[in-house]
Design a protein around this ligand. Structure first.
Ligand code: URA
Length: 212
C-alpha cells in the first residue's frame, strides 16, 4: 500500500495558513502556491539516489556526489496544477513538464481527458503529478489513468503532490492506485455537499488565476 505523507514542515504550514486566508491577494496566493510546491518537492526528493563523481576544485581533485537515477517530470493537472509548476521547476530545472486536462461529462459525471501532452520518454521518468486540491479524487484518478492505463507508465514511478487533501479523495486515490504515494501539506476534515474541501481554501484555480 502507498504512503500518505502530510509534509508538516513549519515553513509549509505557515504558508498554507496564509493561502487559506480569504483575504490573501491573487498575487500572494500565486507566489505562495509556488513556494509550497517547491518546499514539498524539496522534502519528497530527499531519497533521490546519488552517485560519486570526480570534480576538480581550484585546489584539488575530489570525489563528490551527483544526482543519479531517473530523470524527473512534473505533470500538472489543468488548470490549478499549473500554480505549483514554476516553484518546482526552480528546484529541479532539468525536469520536463507534461500536461493533462480533464473535464467532467455532465451525464456520466466521469472525468474525460481533453488534453494530454507528455515527454516522449515518460515511462522512464520519475513523475510528480500535481494538483493543489485532492477533493473527490476524480481528477487525480483520471490523470493517473491517462499515464498508467493509456501510456503504460509504472504507477511506482508516480508521486501525487497536493496542498490540501480531503479524506474522501485520499481513500479513492489509494483504492484506485495503491502504488502511488500521496504527499499533501494538509489532510482536512471533509468535503461539503458542493464538493469543496472544508476548511480548505476555496477554489484553488480561481484563486491562482484571479477568476470567479
Ligand atoms: N477544488 C478546489 O479548487 N477546491 C476545493 O475545495 C475542492 C476542489
Amino acid at each position: 500500500m502507498s504512503k500518505v505523507v502530510v509534509v508538516d514542515h513549519p515553513l509549509i504550514q505557515h504558508k498554507l495558513t496564509m493561502i487559506r486566508d480569504k483575504n490573501t491577494s491573487t498575487k500572494q496566493f500565486r507566489e505562495l502556491t509556488n513556494e509550497i510546491g517547491m518546499l514539498m518537492v524539496y522534502d519528497i526528493t530527499r531519497d533521490l539516489p546519488l552517485k560519486d563523481v570526480e570534480v576538480e576544485t581550484p585546489l584539488v581533485k575530489t570525489t563528490q556526489k551527483q544526482l543519479a537515477g531517473k530523470k524527473m517530470a512534473v505533470i500538472p493537472i489543468l488548470r490549478a496544477g499549473l500554480g505549483m509548476v514554476d516553484g518546482i521547476i526552480d528546484l529541479v530545472p532539468a525536469a520536463r513538464i507534461g500536461h493533462v486536462g480533464l473535464y467532467r461529462d455532465e451525464e456520466t459525471l466521469e472525468a474525460v481527458e481533453y488534453f494530454a501532452k507528455f515527454p516522449q520518454d515518460i515511462q522512464e521518468r520519475r513523475l510528480f503529478v500535481v494538483d493543489p486540491m485532492l477533493a473527490t479524487g476524480g481528477s487525480a484518478i483520471a490523470a493517473l489513468d491517462a499515464l498508467v492505463k493509456k501510456r503504460d507508465v509504472n504507477p511506482e514511478n508516480i508521486t501525487f503532490v497536493c496542498l490540501v487533501a480531503a479524506p474522501e479523495g485520499v481513500e479513492a486515490l489509494q483504492e484506485a492506485y495503491p502504488d502511488v504515494d500521496i504527499y499533501t501539506a494538509a489532510l482536512d476534515e471533509k468535503l461539503n455537499e458542493s464538493g469543496y474541501i472544508v476548511p480548505g481554501l476555496g477554489d484553488a484555480g480561481d484563486r491562482i488565476f484571479g477568476t470567479k
